[in-house]
Design a protein around this ligand. Sequence first.
Ligand SMILES: [Mg+2]
Length: 380
Amino acid sequence: MKITSIETIHYRGGSALHFGPIQYLWVRIHTDEGLVGLGETYPHPEAEKAVIHESLAPMLIGRNPLEIDRLWADMLLAVSYSGWGGAEMRAISAIDIALWDLAGKVANLPIYQLLGGASRASIRIYNTCYDKVDFLTDSARLAEELLASGVRAMKIWPFDPIAKETHGQYITPDLMERGLDPIRRIRERVGTAMDVAMEFHGYWNLPSAISIARALEPYAPMWLEEMLPQDNLAAYRQLAASTHLPLCVSERLMTRWGFRELFANQAARFIMPDLCWCGGFSEARKIAAIAEMHYLPIAPHNCGGPVLHFASAHLAANATNLYVLETVRQHYLDEYTGLLTKSLLPQDGQLPIPNGPGLGVELNPEILGHEKATIQRTAS
Ligand SMILES: [Mg+2]
């Protein structure tokens, strides 16, 4: 089997609850046997598709798509001179997901089976609260709604507006009370029935992060996510030493080498790779294995497009050291609608394991001709 062409579909759609207007970049790898593999990345499609068409497609076309490890290493080499840490690795991630989808179609097996089979009957999830119910003003109602649907963990980021006011450089007692208010109201309304992850998007300096972590201790959050930027992972060690709360790091790290220092300094207790960013299935499974070696669980980042949602479910189905999988009800109930041939919806707080072959889903054919879709193809 040979790769004959690589196609990108840049889709400008969705609402704008975060990152500005939502854009996805889908990749389709075509073969001489007629099978097509589907992948995805985000959130900067123009940069990612330039890497795919200019640097990756010319070295992939004519190659056997089943030699996934060889192709991954060769793709890394193809971009390594310019540095692989941004759009380059996001592009490789999209291609890698499409190669695993193709391999599953050839084997007539779902990707989770190729990874080693299912480790659970269904997948425990939490809800990331980009939502029509605002957690800043209605956190208790949001918690009640989620509990009623069977979802027993949620993620909020009430300190972000404060970080924007102070540039993350200081926090006063008044501002601290404002930041604590949403989780306090959740605890008052539903007690400990809801697990609450606190997200910080890397906005804070070290002393402010330490103060916030200590102030949150009485509320027993599930984790503290990305309190600091990710360029100096040694600082995370100081943060970890200052609080008994567990730290979660980081969706923004790429490849096993990107996570190396984090494992070495033992700062993080939850490891959060994103399949569309960290290097695809090929790299995420290795990061998960290294995490397991350190007795650490993974909590895959799944806050992107609809293909990532399916891909993350395959990884989460397989990983023996899964803690919980991220989901966003605003995405699966609204923004993903009509984009794929199937949806993947939770039932009583658990995500079902997708059926194959491959990812077990395709782009909705109508999307290919949609006015919001721009298609580019590189062929032999
Ligand atoms: Mg995050």
